[in-house]
Design a protein around this ligand. Structure first.
Ligand code: SF4
Length: 320
């Protein structure tokens, strides 16, 4: 094929991860089993389309548990919550279903374990992100947040031989390792987490984007602006050699001027994005001459998580 032929490179893996799929199905099944309204604390996953669709079906999204009527059912989002939120829900007599992704729960458990052993924990993540608030809430006295490079000099530890870093699950792998390197210059005995905190889905989507980016004049990432892993895909694409890259929620948000002089468009999507939105973008591009689509596959994902235990129990009872 000529290098000037208009084409689309489509990253694989892209889109829904196992934690997002589980969280969305949890709200859908809760609506079916208990009937609307089902309250959801925060956006169940960071995607406008998903949230709007669930809202139409009877989900009510709230910021805090105290906005939920006493005794009602509330689902906690995939990003996880701090123990205080569980306490507030219990004080109000709320029925809860916890849709926290098991890979976020893993980081919570690491935080609890190292706090119990009296470590100073340096949590690399974005200030204000729900996941970071939830993890930090597990051990507020032991955890310090490291967001940008400017935070590296600010952290203080009690014993430099008892310090560990943990991270948000949806960061850029390269940037995080850069931050760890800077922290290790200050604390040479800094320990690594027992296993990767940046989850398989975040890593796989970044690897796929890196593989196609050097061939792309433009990379379009389908995802919402509050989705950490989606925003990272734009940055990774640019760092890996894409000439231009943008985040869009929907095909209609693409500015046609971005296509000027573009032969190869790379397409991917964040871990909270349904495939239908990617297919809409592919159709939109085809209408503009980018009809040839080649998939760039760097991994095949087969991971799935069981639904939350409390929901499985009620589904089983409903069936019986
Ligand atoms: S992005 Fe990773 S941590 Fe977040 S919900 Fe998906 S699998 Fe879980």
């Amino acid at each position: 094929m000529s290098a000037t032929t208009k084409r689309v490179l489509l990253a694989k893996p892209r889109g829904y991860c196992a934690g997002v799929d589980r969280a969305v199905v949890t709200v859908e099944k809760a609506l079916e089993t208990y009937g609307p309204p089902v309250y959801v604390r925060k956006e169940i996953v960071h995607n406008r389309h998903v949230v709007e669709t669930l809202r139409e079906r009877g989900a009510i999204f709230v910021d805090e548990a105290d906005e939920v009527p006493e005794g009602a059912l509330v689902v906690f989002s995939a990003h996880g919550v701090s123990p205080i939120v569980h306490e507030q829900a219990s004080e109000r007599g709320l029925r809860t279903i916890d849709a926290t992704c098991p890979l976020v729960t893993k980081v919570h458990n690491e935080a609890k374990r190292f706090a119990r052993d009296d470590y100073d924990i340096l949590l690399i993540g974005h200030e204000g992100h729900e996941e970071v608030e939830g993890t930090a809430g597990e051990a507020p006295a032991n955890i310090q947040l490291v967001d940008g490079p400017e935070d590296v000099d600010k952290v203080t530890v009690r014993d430099p031989s008892k310090v560990i870093w943990l991270s948000q699950t949806t960061l850029s792998v390269d940037e995080t390792m850069e931050r760890v390197g800077q922290l290790r210059e200050r604390f040479p005995e800094l320990q690594d987490p027992p296993s990767d905190d940046i989850c398989y889905a975040t890593q796989n989507r970044q690897v796929a984007v890196k593989a196609m980016a050097p061939e792309c004049d433009l990379v379009l990432v389908v995802g919402s602006t509050n989705s950490s892993n989606s925003k990272r895909l734009v940055e990774v694409a640019l760092q890996a050699g894409a000439r231009d890259a943008h985040l869009v929620d929907f095909a209609r948000e693409v500015d046609e001027a971005w296509l000027d002089g573009v032969d190869t468009v790379g397409v991917t999507s964040g871990a909270s994005v349904p495939e239908v939105l990617v297919m809409d973008l592919i159709a939109w591009l085809a209408e503009r001459g980018y009809g040839e689509v080649q998939e760039v596959t760097t991994a095949n994902e087969k991971i799935a998580f069981a639904l939350p235990r409390e929901l499985r129990r009620d589904l089983k009872e409903a069936k019986a």
